[in-house]
Design a protein around this ligand. Structure first.
Ligand SMILES: O=P(O)(O)OP(=O)(O)OP(=O)(O)OC[C@H]1O[C@@H](n2cnc3c(O)ncnc32)[C@H](O)[C@@H]1O
Ligand SMILES: [Mg+2]
Length: 197
């Protein structure tokens, strides 16, 4: 099996990448396996920039191909917030529950039909001495008024997927890994990974 380092400390993402890249014949390691490595500062204003920053910083450190994911939620009624600040929406401790509660509060007076949103994911592949490659994926949905479901991570309990009539957190992982923004970005990455490995 080929090994692939993902420049993330987000356990929810790691679990999904273990399944998604596992299907492509990779074993996944992440920055959770290297706790002494500092968080890479996300100074970009787009998901693509932040994914590139994370992938290139860790690729330079390890001298090998590294994938990074920068992802989050655009909510139309909030002018696209929280966007690239999705992880830190309620503060630097990046607490999922606090992020959810802040979003629900900010959407309190927004009627059901106006609660449209989309998850967005940028995946960057940093390759030593070569151009970084970035692919992106989205998933359309609506923000619910309360949480439903225990699966997944982050904003999943309040992200309703109309075509499945469930929140992301009510989906089993196989189904989420077919329709999510991360799965849609990864579909774009498959030909690239086949060339690189
Ligand atoms: O930067 P890394 O180390 O990858 O970890 P992170 O958690 O900081 O990740 P991001 O900067 O990409 O921020 C992602 C935010 O968007 C949320 N998010 C991303 N993908 C998600 C998904 O599939 N389901 C629910 N929330 C998601 C997640 O909870 C974070 O709040
Ligand atoms: Mg982050």
């Amino acid at each position: 099996m080929k090994e692939l380092l993902i420049a993330t400390k987000n356990a929810g993402k790691v679990k999904e990448f273990e399944d998604l890249f596992g299907e492509l014949g990779f074993t996944v390691t992440s920055l959770l396996d290297y706790p002494s490595i500092e968080d890479v500062e996300e100074t970009g204003v787009t998901f693509e920039q932040n994914a590139t920053i994370k992938a290139e910083a860790i690729s330079h450190l390890f001298g090998k191909i590294v994938v990074a994911d920068d992802s989050g939620l655009f909510v139309d009624a909030l002018g696209g917030e929280p966007g690239v600040y999705s992880a830190r929406y309620a503060g630097m401790e990046k607490n999922d529950e606090a992020n959810i509660q802040k979003l629900l509060t900010n959407l309190e007076d927004v009627p059901k039909e106006k609660r449209t949103a989309r998850f967005h994911c940028a995946l960057a592949v940093a390759i030593p001495d070569k151009e970084t490659i970035v692919v992106e994926g989205t998933c359309e949905g609506m923000i619910t008024t309360e949480k439903h479901g225990e699966n997944g991570f982050g904003y999943d309990p309040i992200f309703f997927v109309p075509q499945l009539e469930k929140t992301m957190a009510q989906l089993d992982k196989e189904t989420k890994n077919k329709i999510s923004h991360r799965a849609n970005a990864l579909k774009e990455l498959v030909p690239v990974m086949k060339q690189l490995f």
